[in-house]
Ligand binder design. Structure first.
Ligand code: HEC
Length: 272
């Protein structure tokens, strides 16, 4: 009997630990639904474009014949090129790398840290005796844009399970809501509290959906990874942005991608 009560107590505690992220996500969805009642959940992946029909039709036109296809071929070539040992990237991922990207980032219990898709690419290079790629640069951007396109349509499926994972999620969340910089605002000041409002001629996107389509081609030409986008917004906030692949940015990406759970992935896409 005592054993049974203990088990129940353990179950209850793990459930309450997990209630956090799930509730956070539900609350945030409810917030956006109230603020932007005309935008359907599945259109959150279009962010700013979902609020501007002209920009959305420009986007559709661009996407039907993207000018970046040649660049993307470079990414494909990098993905398919055999390593010195004859293996390929596909050997490092389940299912040859198809429909896996939506499971990233995940929390690695043994290493005690968040593993992003880019980290997994570098781990693959290392395991095969190859040189790792600089994080956030164009080469990594093109490679991951192509590799993640093998998961187009897969629903984001990030898990926060266990104490370490929850702590990393909480750190990412804290960073997102903390005010900083000359303007004393947080990521949430714009993308949660002011989503849908105009800023320099662009509607502010909602945070949910942002992590589904990175890397993107900004202006149709510049490959931009998600963490590079964090840095751009960080700069605009009038403070010093962090470095790509820093623990905090990886935690932030973990938190933000969890929030996009259930939405379909598509990479790369065009952004203005
Ligand atoms: C002062 C307002 C402001 C703040 C604060 C801000 N951003 Fe942004 N952010 C923008 C604007 C404007 C854009 C471009 C329009 C859009 O897509 O929302 C943007 C775009 C983005 C995008 C790309 C969305 C897409 O669909 O391509 C991401 C990701 C992003 N911001 C993340 C962040 C993060 C993380 C922080 C905090 C470190 C942050 N932003 C803080 C204004 C802000």
């Amino acid at each position: 009997m005592r054993k049974f009560t203990l088990m129940l107590a353990l179950l209850a505690s793990s459930f309450s630990a997990l209630a956090g992220p799930m509730e956070d996500r539900e609350d945030l969805i409810a917030h956006y639904k109230k603020m932007l009642p005309d935008i359907r959940f599945e259109n959150y992946v279009y962010g700013s474009l979902s609020m501007n029909p002209d920009a959305k039709s420009q986007y559709d036109e661009f996407m039907s014949f993207p000018s970046y296809s040649m660049d993307l071929e470079k990414g494909q070539h990098a993905w398919e090129k055999p390593f010195a040992n004859g293996k390929q990237f596909s050997s490092c991922f389940p299912n040859g790398g198809k429909n896996v990207a939506g499971n990233y980032p995940y929390f690695d219990e043994t290493a005690g840290r968040v593993v992003t898709f880019e980290n997994a690419i570098n781990a693959c290079l290392k395991a095969n005796g190859e040189k790792e790629l600089p994080y956030g640069e164009a080469e990594m951007g093109l490679l991951t844009a192509y590799a993640k396109s093998l998961s187009d349509g897969m629903k984001v499926n990030v898990r926060v399970e266990g104490k370490g994972a929850l702590a990393a999620y909480e750190k990412g969340k804290e960073y997102y809501y903390a005010r900083r910089g000359k303007l004393n605002n947080s990521c949430a000041s714009c993308h949660v509290d002011s989503a849908g409002k105009l800023m320099n001629g662009e509607h502010l996107s909602m945070m949910i959906g942002q992590a589904t389509h990175y890397p993107v081609f900004l202006g149709g030409t510049d490959i931009t990874t998600l963490q590079k986008r964090f840095m751009q917004c960080g700069k605009n906030m009038g403070g010093a942005p962090l470095e790509a692949n820093s623990e905090t940015y990886n935690d932030l990406e973990y938190f933000m991608t969890y929030m996009s759970n259930g939405l379909p992935m598509q990479t790369p896409v065009y952004r203005r």
